[in-house]
Write a protein that binds this ligand. Structure first.
Ligand SMILES: *Cc1c(COP(=O)(O)O)cnc(C)c1O
Length: 360
């Protein structure tokens, strides 16, 4: 059955084009019933692990671990990597939540905050001296603001002894993040990987593991549910401490494999071209304005556009034509629209959306 609607929402999002095929394979393999301790499952985990490493250039000494969601990883990173103090670059709802998780865990969390629609660059970012962990949201989904990879890398290089965590939930695998430099990063699958929600992916290096172990030895809680040393150890054997989302792990492996066949360079180029097309269109289109004024800080995967009238009008009119776009986030709900530009959003779909908006 063909899909009725096309989703340009930032997650859950349009499903990957071959999703139905991969799902049918998972059903045929009876993956809902196999043991997560079986050799068959280990092979599935290993395949997904290998495809992600190839796709995102993740070194062999990094662990790739699975959780239920990405927000769960915010908590795990703070528990594993912070004794006293964390530092957060905050410019929207998701980066703010990461910061608040650290406060809730009784850490001395500090933030550098920017108005909605603005981003961070390397030069202006001052990291507090005693921060043990620096938390960056590479793609702030609520505002459509990105932090460029070279700025993230420079910041880490100039604060080499601090651990760096990068939330790449709504952009992975697009950012060219240097995983030999960044200590930990994470994403979930219902954004740019075009899969149903329910799986978080956590990449971490040995420095994070060592920090977690040292905190535990000091008697500081690093959490009870799947703490980093436990997840790490199991992942090295392609296992999970409890029964994981086997379907999700299988499907992610298939999507990553398919993306590798296309090639990450081509996916990035196409993403860049589609993003340019979207921003160029809304810069010219009457009644709309691109929310992020600095072109360097415009997200490549989630475009946020200001609307002159209430955003619900255009959202409703597009819905009648089976085109589903997102509203603004939080305080911007009624004055902005958000449009995803994920690999599953083909150039043809983007053209359809643009032509439809032009003719409304
Ligand atoms: C969606 C999102 C999250 C939360 O992911 P979940 O899988 O829903 O927990 C975190 N950070 C960013 C930037 C997001 O877009």
């Amino acid at each position: 059955m063909a899909r009725q609607n096309i989703f340009f929402t930032a997650g859950p999002a349009e499903l990957y084009p071959k999703f139905e095929t991969f799902l049918q394979e998972a059903v045929d393999l009876q993956l809902g019933s196999i043991s997560h301790r079986s050799g068959q499952f280990k092979k599935i985990y290993q395949h997904t692990d290998e495809q992600l490493r190839a796709l995102m250039n993740i070194p062999a000494d990094r662990a790739i671990m699975f959780t239920g969601s990405a927000s769960e990883i915010w908590e795990k990173i703070v528990l594993s990597c912070v004794e006293h103090e964390s530092f957060h670059l905050v410019n929207g709802s998701f980066s703010e939540k990461f910061y608040k998780y650290a406060l809730s865990l009784n850490k001395h969390a500090q933030k550098m905050a920017k108005p909605l629609g603005e981003g961070f660059s390397y030069q202006e970012t001052e990291v507090p001296e005693y921060a043990e962990l620096v938390c960056i949201t590479q793609n702030e989904t609520s505002t459509g603001v990105q932090m460029r990879e070279p700025d993230i890398h420079k910041l880490k290089r100039s604060h080499g002894s601090k651990l760096f965590a990068v939330d790449m939930v709504s952009s992975a695998p697009n950012p060219e993040l240097d995983f030999s430099l960044i200590d930990t990063a994470f994403f979930s699958v219902q954004k740019a990987f075009g899969l149903p929600a329910g799986l978080g992916v956590w990449i971490a290096n040995e420095a994070c593991l060592e920090k977690a172990v040292s905190l535990k030895e000091k008697g500081i809680s690093i959490g009870a549910h799947h703490d980093l040393p436990t997840l790490w150890k199991e992942s090295r054997n392609y296992q999970n401490p409890a029964t994981p989302n086997v379907f999700g792990i299988y499907l992610l492996g298939k999507v990553a494999e398919d993306m590798n066949k296309t090639g990450i360079a081509r996916i990035r180029k196409e993403t860049e071209e589609k993003a340019k097309r979207i921003y160029k269109f809304f810069e010219k289109q009457e009644g709309y304005a691109v929310s992020v004024t600095n072109p360097d800080h415009r997200s490549k995967t989630v475009a946020v556009i200001n609307t002159e009238g209430p955003s619900s009008e255009i959202i409703g009119k597009l819905k009648e034509k089976n085109l589903i776009i997102g509203s603004g986030y939080g305080p911007k709900k009624d004055t902005q629209i958000r449009i995803s530009n994920f690999p599953a959003n083909t150039p043809e779909q983007i053209e359809t959306l643009i032509n439809t908006i032009e003719n409304i």
